[in-house]
Design a protein around this ligand. Structure first.
Ligand code: 4NP
Length: 169
C-alpha cells in the first residue's frame, strides 16, 4: 500500500477462506478487535475475501456472527471474491486452509504478486487438530466456537509477529 506523510505505510492484511462468510470474516473481525484494543487500527488495513464466488455480497453466516457477538465482536463485512490483483494490493495474504493457500499461490504466481502468503495457524501456539482452520460450514455451533478460538489464538500470534517485525515497528 502507498505510504503517506504521516509515518510508515499501514500494513495491509487480507484473510482468505472459501466462501468469505464464516472463517475469514471471523478472522477479520477478531484481528480488527485486537488492533482496536492495542490502539493500532490506523497502522493496518484489514480485509477478507473468499476464493469462491457463491456468497458475494452476503453478510457473514449467522452462526459466525453469533459466535463473534458472544465474544463482544460485531462482524460487518460483506463477502467478496479474492481478485488476482489482491496478491499485489496486500502485504500479506492469510489463508485458513491448504486449499485456500494453494489457490492464492497459483494466483500470485500468475500475477507476479508481491504479497507474502501464509496459513493463519502458523501463528497458533496450540499445535493441535492439524494446521488448518477447519471449514465449519456444514457443522454445528460447537464447530464455530472451536474455530473462533483457533482464530483468536492465531490472530494474537499474527499481530505479535507483525508488531515485532520490520513492517509495523
Ligand atoms: P468459509 O465457509 O469458507 O469459512 O466462509 C464456507 C462457506 C460456504 C461454503 C463453503 C465454506 N459453501 O460451499 O457455500
Amino acid at each position: 500500500m502507498e505510504s503517506s506523510d504521516n509515518g510508515p505505510a499501514p500494513t495491509s492484511v487480507l484473510f482468505v477462506c472459501l466462501g468469505n462468510i464464516c472463517r475469514s470474516p471471523l478472522a477479520e473481525g477478531v484481528f480488527k478487535h485486537l488492533l482496536e484494543a492495542e490502539g493500532l487500527s490506523n497502522r493496518f488495513i484489514v480485509d477478507s475475501a473468499g476464493t469462491g464466488g457463491w456468497h458475494v455480497g452476503e453478510p457473514p453466516d449467522s452462526r459466525a456472527a453469533y459466535v463473534a457477538e458472544s465474544h463482544g465482536i460485531t462482524l460487518d463485512s460483506h463477502a467478496r471474491q479474492v481478485q488476482s490483483e489482491d496478491t499485489n494490493r496486500f502485504d500479506i495474504l492469510v489463508a485458513m486452509d491448504h486449499e485456500n493457500l494453494r489457490n492464492l499461490e497459483r494466483m500470485a504466481s500468475e500475477e507476479e504478486g508481491s504479497a507474502e502468503i501464509h496459513l493463519l495457524r502458523e501463528w497458533d501456539p496450540e499445535k493441535s487438530e492439524g494446521d488448518e482452520v477447519p471449514d465449519p460450514y456444514y457443522g454445528g455451533p460447537t464447530g464455530f466456537e472451536n474455530v473462533y478460538r483457533m482464530i483468536h489464538r492465531s490472530c494474537e500470534g499474527l499481530l505479535e509477529h507483525l508488531r515485532s517485525g520490520a513492517w509495523a515497528g
